[in-house]
Design a protein around this ligand. Structure first.
Ligand code: C3G
Length: 600
């Protein structure tokens, strides 16, 4: 059980939410002396830092861009006297990768994990009618106990440097919005909805979790703001007759309004949009509202020029426009849960999401991710760090499912990306992860994980845990690329036939396939890294996907070019984007658009 409410902030007659985004104060703390020197009260000689954003790409020196260690943020907020009778919380969409939050000098909470909300109750520490100081002590070091996995090395000049076991830059900071929330002492802490379809009607089962015992009401409003259902009690079911279902590309959202009452007096109110739909794996099909859907889209990243992984409504808007233009209907939040606004907008736009925890890099790699393809077995799940890793992994799974469980856009949970899966120890580890995850989702969505190519049908001990299987495959890139593309096709077919022979009768989704492609490079005949090669590679992959009826989706790697750690495998980042980093199409975008529009 989480000891804080994950509910997204909202304002109404009982609650106020104030956005604290803007220019904050900031300081690096390479010597880790901040606490002894009292920085939790006031940062000495701070510089300015935008929130939300990753700090790295604002800077012009490597020491700052690549900073690894402790760093601090500060802001000041006036808190009005009118909030005196309320409970106050400060809520960060995330702080990467771990943090302590100080209010007027007192530690109010700590949090491990960089991609899920950090909520601190600050009521007892604030001064009403005055200016208050909020200070965050954060740390972005990587190790093998926390998610994502990596190492931290120390350079000869004493500086720490992040050594990710994963293929994206270790962007850090306060990368999502920050809210000050005032709400009543007796309040709605969470709610749960799930659905049953009954002919033209829908039954909405709801549960409202409060921290008191006053009466509770539940109401549903349609898009014309007409009330369509009403009930009382913390738990119940209402029928929506002739329900408008939430569908792929055709979203319909009802407004759920929940209230706590003391007789006629309102104590608390919370409202949220919900979408009525069912998700089910039926044999080889992924079904939404009982109808098969073929997933078309991308693995993405939260990544953009200058702001790094910082949330931006502008980037989000452009990404959705590009995804709609190209005919996509789905994306995976590779390799971490995204800012909540992504799910809210996907709910509005009728997009499907495979929601992934930051369980990436679970394979010891000396050069970023680059050892992944060598087949080298690193016995990742046989070390003394595993119990703590498991604890952090389970915490991330719980926080993600609690946070995202009511979004109609979320159709599945991805519990890992490309770990080792061939040892008994990996099987034990993931058996525990899946067992815990399966107790958490009231909608019982399918659970999966993304398997890299060492997870072959005859060797992998973990695919058996999944409700559908996600494959990351690079035949024609990491394996037999360029002139060997014909052989890549043969090798790919051999593997696919082995999966086919298993007769698993469940869907497979390709969650990664792609080639690095320079947006400016053309070559006739094609050569690896050229636009033409990306197109040929995609055509070969599609020809294979189309031969196997259990293939029920294709999420190409990646939506856009993105920043990684520097190294011999990466030219200023990963260039597997179908769009470049500023979201203009490569030639492959037109190939995908044609195919995906024709698949409808
Ligand atoms: O490499 C990529 O572009 C992407 O592929 C995946 O990692 C691999 C790395 C090497 C090999 N290999 O050498 O076979 C296969 C897979 C990761 O999930 C993803 O984060 C990364 O960006």
């Amino acid at each position: 059980m989480l000891n804080f409410s994950e509910l997204y902030p909202c304002s109404n007659q009982a609650r106020m939410a104030q956005l604290l985004d803007g220019m904050w104060k900031f300081r690096f703390d390479p010597e880790e002396k901040g606490l002894q020197e009292g920085w939790q009260h006031k940062l000495p000689d701070p510089i300015s830092m935008p929130v939300p954003a990753s700090f790295s790409d604002f800077f012009t020196t490597k020491e700052e861009r690549d900073f690894c260690g402790d760093f601090w943020y500060e802001t000041e907020v006036f808190i009005p006297r009118e909030w005196e009778k309320q409970e106050l919380e400060i809520r960060f969409g995330s702080i990467t990768h771990r943090a302590g939050v100080y209010c007027n000098g007192s530690l109010t909470t700590t949090h491990e994990g960089g991609f899920l909300p950090v909520v601190a109750r600050v009521t007892d520490h604030v001064k009403f009618g005055e200016i208050n100081t909020f200070i965050v002590k954060a740390n972005n070091e990587l190790n093998e106990e926390s998610l994502p996995c990596g190492a931290t090395m120390v350079l000869s000049d004493g500086r720490k440097l992040a050594r990710p076991y994963f293929d994206f830059f270790n962007y850090s900071g306060i990368q999502r919005s920050v809210w000050l929330v005032s709400k009543p002492g007796e309040s709605i802490e969470d709610f749960i909805v799930d659905y049953e379809l009954n002919g033209e009607d829908a039954i909405v089962h709801y549960q409202i979790i409060t921290n008191g015992n006053h009466d509770v009401s539940f109401e549903l409003y349609d898009e014309d703001k007409q009330q369509v259902a009403k009930s009382t009690g913390t738990k119940g079911s209402v029928t929506v007759s002739k329900a408008h279902l939430w569908n792929v590309g055709k979203a319909y959202l009802y407004q759920a309004v929940m209230r706590i009452w003391d007789g006629e007096t309102l104590i608390d109110e919370y409202s949220s949009k919900i979408g009525i739909r069912t998700v089910k794996i039926a044999g080889k099909e992924i079904q939404i509202n009982g109808k098969a859907v073929y997933l078309k889209g991308f693995g993405k990243h939260e990544d953009f020029e200058v702001i790094g992984r910082g949330f931006s409504w502008g980037v989000l808007k452009r990404d959705f426009e590009c995804m709609k233009w190209i005919g996509a209907n789905c994306f995976r939040t590779s390799h971490y849960p995204y800012a909540e606004e992504w799910y809210q907008f996907a709910d509005e736009e009728g997009f499907l999401i495979i929601d992934e925890v930051p369980a990436v890099g679970m394979m010891r790699s000396t050069r970023n991710f680059a050892d992944a393809g060598t087949g080298k077995f690193t016995r990742f799940f046989e070390t003394p760090t595993v119990p703590n890793l498991l604890k952090n992994h389970l915490q991330a799974v719980e926080e993600m499912i609690v946070r995202d469980k009511n979004h109609p856009s979320v159709i599945a949970w991805s519990l890992f990306n490309e770990p080792e899966t061939t040892s008994e120890e990996s099987k034990e580890y993931f058996t525990k992860i899946f067992a815990a995850a399966r107790t958490l989702d009231p909608q019982n969505r399918p659970m999966t994980g993304a398997f890299e190519k060492n997870s072959q049908p005859e060797l992998c001990k973990c695919y058996q845990l999944c409700d559908f299987i996600c494959l990351n495959r690079y035949y024609g890139w990491y394996i037999k690329g360029g002139p060997e593309l014909v052989d890549a096709r043969e090798a790919f077919l051999i593997e696919m036939n082995k999966w086919k022979d298993k007769n698993l009768n469940i869907p497979f989704v390709f969650t990664e396939f792609g080639t690095d492609t320079m947006a400016a490079e053309h070559k006739l005949p094609s050569i690896m890294w050229s636009q033409e090669y990306q197109n040929e590679y995609l055509d070969m992959n599609f020809e294979i996907f189309d031969q196997f009826e259990f293939v029920q989706g294709e999420l190409v790697w990646n939506f856009a070019d993105f920043q990684t750690t520097e190294g011999i495998m990466r030219v200023n980042g990963n260039k597997k984007g179908i769009f470049n980093r500023v979201r203009q199409p490569k030639s492959a975008a037109f190939v995908l658009k044609k195919r995906w529009e024709s698949l409808d």
